[in-house]
Design a protein around this ligand. Sequence first.
Ligand code: FES
Length: 113
Amino acid sequence: MKYIRVTEAANIPLREGRRVNLGGVDIAIFNLGERFVAIENRCPHGGGPLADGIISNVGGATTVTCPMHNWRICIDSGNVAKPSDQRACVRTFAATVEEGIVVVAIDEERAAA
Ligand code: FES
């Protein structure tokens, strides 16, 4: 696993997402206030940009609503929360803040790409 320093945490407004490409993978990083999360920036329905989606809470899970057709993705598990009959999911990545910098963990192979 490789840990990549991405940006200052202050560059991502509260409850918003920002897109970044790491090792050829489009990733959406979200600022939830008490923590940051990172998921693949590609909706499993039709490839919509999840970084542009709205963060909300559904049934105790934090989700992002895709701006294309309103599918909701759980940003912790990557699973589709709505519609509930979908089994698709997106990849999730560990994200932390170190000394004010958002750090995302990605596979070594991807980091070298
Ligand atoms: S592309 Fe995301 S809901 Fe259709």
